[in-house]
Design a binder for this molecule. Structure first.
Ligand SMILES: [Zn+2]
Length: 267
């Protein structure tokens, strides 16, 4: 599933090519998850933003097109209409004749059009935590946010509430770097600070590498990211820990496979 670094890579690629462009034609798959695509017909994209894993395109109609890529969603920009592709769920033809396509094999992605800044209909976005690169993502505040719940740490991170944009890959990477067990239910203040720094580190590295491509994730030009070459824990169970040499193990939390080092990340 695309996480913050993948979504940010998509945003950076699209921003200069979409901002100021008007939608002159639009089509969508009949599912209600994708039909909002046509609500921006005639509107001009003014801002190409992101919050956590959500892309947020502002328009001159004072609305926002909010896109969640789900598990397999891709936004691709073509010079001309695409050839028949059964996985295209929505298209927007722009006034420079380029076509923005939302392709989603498994259909867990979702499009919505909302009044500017009004996310009351998108629960996760309405309650989302701070961006990992902003001043708001402060170690003490992160510690306080984690203290409000006694759910497992990994579950809390995936909820998007303590910090925005973390999914399975970057959660496993950050917890390994910080040497913290993902099943922990409470963290000391110094360990919360260490985890905060590790999250910032893995997110910055992910963006710098153009995201992690395991299967479906592509940039709008169809390219893959390279961060998969730099993963140190995620998906590496059965291989030796780079730090201590112990064999990384696998645990399941919330039906999500988690890799961890039984020595470095002992409880
Ligand atoms: Zn280790």
């Amino acid at each position: 599933m695309p996480e913050l670094p993948e979504v940010e890579t998509v945003r950076r690629s699209l921003a200069p090519r979409l901002a100021g462009r008007r939608v002159v034609a639009s089509s969508s798959h009949p599912s209600a998850k994708f039909t909002p695509a046509i609500e921006v017909m005639g509107a001009e994209f003014t801002t190409i933003g992101r919050r956590g894993k959500y892309l947020i395109f502002g328009t001159d109609d004072s609305t926002e097109l909010v896109i969640h890529l789900g598990m397999t969603g891709q936004l691709l920009l073509h010079e001309r209409p695409h050839v028949d592709d059964p996985y295209v769920r929505a298209t927007w033809t722009l006034d420079d004749d380029t076509v923005l396509t939302f392709r989603d094999v498994r259909r867990f992605g979702r499009l919505r059009v909302v009044p500017e800044g009004d996310y009351t209909t998108i629960a996760t976005l309405a309650s989302i935590g701070p961006e990992p690169f902003g001043l708001e993502f402060d170690g003490d505040r992160f510690y306080e946010a984690l203290r409000t719940s006694n759910r497992r740490l990994k579950t809390q991170l995936l909820s998007q509430r303590p910090v925005a944009g973390v999914g399975n890959i970057y959660a496993d990477e950050a917890l390994w770097i910080a040497e913290i067990n993902p099943g922990t239910r409470s963290l000391s203040r110094p360990r919360a600070h260490r985890l905060r720094d590790a999250i910032e580190t893995v997110m910055m590295q992910g963006v710098a590498n153009g995201g992690t491509t395991l299967r479906d994730y592509r940039t709008p030009d169809g390219d893959t990211g390279s961060n998969q070459m730099h993963l140190r824990c995620y998906g590496r169970y059965g291989e030796p820990c780079e730090r201590c040499g112990a064999i990384l193990i696998k645990r399941t939390y919330d039906a999500r496979t988690t890799s961890l080092c039984p020595i470095c990340q002992a409880r």
